[in-house]
Design a protein around this ligand. Structure first.
Ligand SMILES: C[S@@+](CC[C@H](N)C(=O)[O-])C[C@H]1O[C@@H](n2cnc3c(N)ncnc32)[C@H](O)[C@@H]1O
Length: 250
């Protein structure tokens, strides 16, 4: 992690992507969050879509782990607007999961749109921290990274959004670069048809197959759960025991 990671994207993340992603995270993980009996862990919480969904769908405490200051700022603003009684149930950990060193705090861990952004060594460092943070019998739901490098460039254009007199837009371009995927985000703001601002932020992504991730996680005590309806998600359970503790909200 670099101290200014997401410094550009954080401003545009919610306005360009939040609405669609909110629907998606409810669809992908809503039922799992609803079944949590101890706690929900949001690994790489970003600006808080999974955190908010977990707070709404579950009756347990939520741990949001987000090391990047730029992403944590909108997350905290979002949480600050919640009623105090609900805010009591969410804890923000301002480090990587490895640094946060959480022990047995959750029976459901969700890692949405995060694994792809971790280099292989960082991914390997994450798994023991996930195993520590979960109780035995707990489940890990993770959004799979791209399985391989793209054969040709892939572009995704974000639908334009109006904010007052200005229009916000952008696109994401993914291209193979050695063994990584260069992911370039271009953002723009226009007013009266004129460009007011343009910004670029580039990230790296590392492909990994479902089989590779299952193999890695098995070394840390996880076993695969049944395949999900949505092939984008891998579901694993932390083996041994069924002694999930209960810690429900009143
Ligand atoms: C692409 S963003 C996705 C954020 C959010 N999950 C979403 O989908 O909107 C990936 C996030 O993972 C966070 N992250 C990176 N490494 C991490 C680690 N080791 N532990 C926890 N979070 C991490 C980054 O700071 C970043 O906010």
């Amino acid at each position: 992690m670099q101290p200014d990671d997401y410094a550009v994207s954080a401003e545009f993340y919610d306005v360009l992507q939040a609405h669609q992603d909110e629907i998606r995270v409810h669809h992908l993980y809503g039922r799992d969050a609803g079944r949590a009996r101890l706690g929900v862990l949001d690994i790489g919480a970003g600006t808080g879509r999974v955190t908010m969904m977990s707070l709404m769908e579950s009756r347990v405490g939520v741990h949001a782990v987000e090391p990047a200051r730029a992403m944590r700022a909108p997350l905290m603003t979002r949480l600050a607007s919640l009623p105090t009684e609900l805010r009591e149930w969410v804890t923000v950990h301002p480090q990587t999961l490895e640094e946060a060193a959480l022990h047995g705090v959750a029976d459901v861990a969700i890692c949405h749109n995060t694994i792809a952004c971790l280099a292989p060594a960082a991914r390997q460092a994450l798994w023991p921290a996930v195993a520590r943070a979960l109780v035995p019998g707990g489940s890990l739901l993770l959004q799979l990274p791209p399985a391989r490098l793209p054969d040709k460039d892939i572009m995704r254009v974000f639908p334009r959004q109006r904010v007052g007199r200005h229009e916000y837009g952008g696109d994401m371009l993914m291209s193979a670069d050695g063994d990584r995927i260069r992911t370039r985000f271009d953002y723009w703001v226009r007013g009266s048809g004129n460009a007011l601002r343009e910004h670029i932020e580039t990230f790296w992504m590392w492909p990994a197959t479902r089989a590779e991730l299952i193999g890695d996680l098995e070394k840390h005590g996880f076993a695969p759960l049944l395949r999900r309806d949505d092939p984008a998600v891998l579901a694993m359970t932390l083996s041994s025991g069924n002694n999930v503790l209960h810690s429900r909200r009143p």
